[in-house]
Design a protein around this ligand. Structure first.
Ligand code: SF4
Length: 123
């Protein structure tokens, strides 16, 4: 059995502990070291098993003086789905009026997260 060690920086608090997660060939976790609290251990295990991210990007704006509208997910999504979401959003066009927080795409790719406007889009 080979032991694989992944280094993960905990982002739960500003201490940014360097947590190492050791796993076997089948990605079963063997040990977790370097965390200073339970939350950090939980974060590192979750990050190892299924990393999640907020997606921030832009969509094309039409009928506006702005060419693009900044958007983001309102919840984290699996890191492995970021490209799929980017490809989906590349086909989306929005037009004014839109304000920060408006939903641009509801439940994108059935991931349980909405795409919301970050900025305001005026004429
Ligand atoms: S392991 Fe705990 S103390 Fe360290 S960065 Fe994460 S939350 Fe903070």
């Amino acid at each position: 059995m080979t032991k694989h060690v992944s280094e993960i920086i905990c982002i739960v608090c500003p201490l940014a502990c360097r947590v190492s997660v050791a796993a076997d060939d089948e990605r079963h976790i063997l040990e977790v070291d370097g965390f200073q609290c339970k939350k950090g251990k939980e974060y590192a295990v979750a990050e190892y098993r299924s990393p999640m991210r907020v997606l921030t990007t832009t969509v094309i704006a039409t009928k506006s003086r702005h060419a693009l509208l900044p958007v983001r997910t309102n919840r984290v999504i699996p890191r492995g789905k970021l490209i799929n979401c980017m490809n989906y959003l590349a086909k989306i066009k929005v037009k004014p009026p839109l304000k920060a927080g408006d939903v641009i795409v509801r439940n994108i790719l059935n991931l349980g997260s909405d795409i919301i406007a970050v900025g305001t889009l005026l004429d």
